[in-house]
Write a protein that binds this ligand. Structure first.
Ligand code: UDP
Length: 405
């Protein structure tokens, strides 16, 4: 099947860790690769953010990345991309009408890609599947006035849920939110994200560490909602351990980064600065080394649509202490593969971390169960197979002749 994946701001080719580059980039890259490995013909459409990139890049895994001209060919924060989505959609429609490559389905990632996909779909009849990745309602609830999303985001998201052919939710929590938003249940399917279980494994090299100092790892974009400040505060209750934070800008730019500076300042105030290390952005292929070096992953977001990093740790056999929010309630089984604690509660986090780091047997049991769970329930092959079924169903409805042919 010809599958168009639309990911307006999150390119599979981008470096990760920065403010707008994280889970969606990984998700799109891995899902596209898994679909291509299943024999599908996959193109990922992403916005051109530099003048000197070729229009098409063919990856070794068979996926083609297409750079779409919509807005200035320069980096633009994702929250400022809305004005260019109509052009993005018209560009797609133009290509699909001109080319001999017409997709059987367009899978849009993030609401803005959904808008572009609908513009294209109106002219080409290509069915649209949408994964929101994050919801404006949830963001507004947690971030209030700090939310920089376009003001009409929530309204657009609601309308999209009724206009597209299928909505893919990533967790049970998202299903609940979507139903509250008015998305018809009949249009919803749940397909969780996955983990690359060939790359994220317990076996293999690990990043260097001090042998006698327990290591708490925390990974993600350095944005307040990821809760790194709570992990650093919790460190006061875990006196022996060090905390390594991976993510944010590249190491050479950490000193100028306001979020990194705020975390360092907090570590000073908590008298734990000598045990906190900010590593900066790490290339995706080096991530397994960091997980393998850890005794536990601490994931303390205030909210989390899905949350890939706990799953990546689990696939490396590393137990997780996480806040019981969003998708983390589906991936981490409390008391079996890790511990769930309330969000924004450094004390509860610290107590859970101290207990786990002091109990080698429990860590081993959690790590073993976590590895099993990641491999059995959350692979990209599994997600690709499920989505293949969804794509076939929606393209049959719209394009009976094409499917028969
Ligand atoms: N990541 C990375 N390098 C970094 C920091 C993060 O490759 O320096 C990857 C991480 O391994 C994961 C993704 O970025 O695949 C973050 O996804 P998650 O769902 O945890 O968070 P999001 O960015 O979607 O909020």
């Amino acid at each position: 099947m010809r599958i168009a994946m639309i990911s307006e701001h999150a390119s599979p080719l981008a470096a990760l860790g920065g403010e707008d580059a994280g889970g969606q980039n990984t998700h799109v890259a891995e899902l596209a690769a898994a679909l291509a490995a299943d024999g599908h013909d996959v193109r990922v459409y992403t916005r051109r953010d530099a003048a000197d990139v070729p229009e098409q890049v063919r990856l070794t895994n068979g996926v083609t990345v297409v750079h779409v001209s919509a807005g200035p060919a320069e980096p633009i924060p994702k929250d400022a991309l809305l004005p260019y989505m109509r052009d993005f959609g018209l560009w797609l429609a133009g290509q699909w009408r001109r080319d001999d490559w017409v997709p059987a389905v367009a899978h849009a990632h993030f609401w803005m890609s959904g808008l572009a996909a609908l513009v294209a779909a109106r002219q080409t009849e290509v069915p649209v599947v949408l994964t929101y990745h994050a919801l404006g309602t949830v963001k507004r609830r947690h971030q209030g006035t700090a939310d920089t999303s376009p003001p009409r985001r929530i309204g657009y998201e609601r309308a999209l849920g009724r206009a597209v052919d299928r909505v893919v939710a990533q967790s049970q929590d998202e299903v609940r939110e979507l139903i509250e938003m008015g998305v018809p249940r009949s249009r919803l399917v749940v397909v969780p994200s996955g983990v690359n279980d060939a790359a994220f494994t317990p076996e293999g090299p690990a990043a260097p560490r001090e042998p006698d100092r327990p290591r708490i790892l925390s990974v993600g974009r350095l944005v307040p909602r990821k809760g790194f400040q709570d992990v650093i505060s919790a460190l006061r209750l875990v006196p022996e351990a060090e905390c390594v934070v991976v993510g944010g800008p590249p190491a050479r730019r950490l000193a100028d980064d306001p979020q990194a500076r705020a975390l360092q300042a907090l570590a000073e105030r908590c008298h734990v600065a000598d045990r906190v290390r900010l590593v900066g952005a790490v290339p995706r292929e080096e991530m397994p080394l960091w997980y393998r070096s850890a005794d536990v992953l601490a994931a303390a977001p205030w909210y989390e649509p899905f949350g890939l990093t706990p799953l990546e740790a689990m696939a490396c056999g590393v137990p997780v202490v996480a806040t019981g929010v969003g998708g983390l309630n589906d991936t981490v089984i409390d008391g079996l593969t890790g511990d769930l604690v309330p969000p924004r509660d450094p004390r509860a986090l610290g107590i859970a971390l101290r207990r786990l780091l002091g109990d080698r047997v429990r860590r081993f049991a959690y790590g073993t169960a976590a590895l099993d769970r990641a491999r059995q329930c959350f692979t990209w092959q599994r997600a690709a197979a499920q989505l293949g079924g969804v794509y076939a169903a929606v393209s049959q409805v719209r394009h009976p002749t094409e499917v028969v042919a």
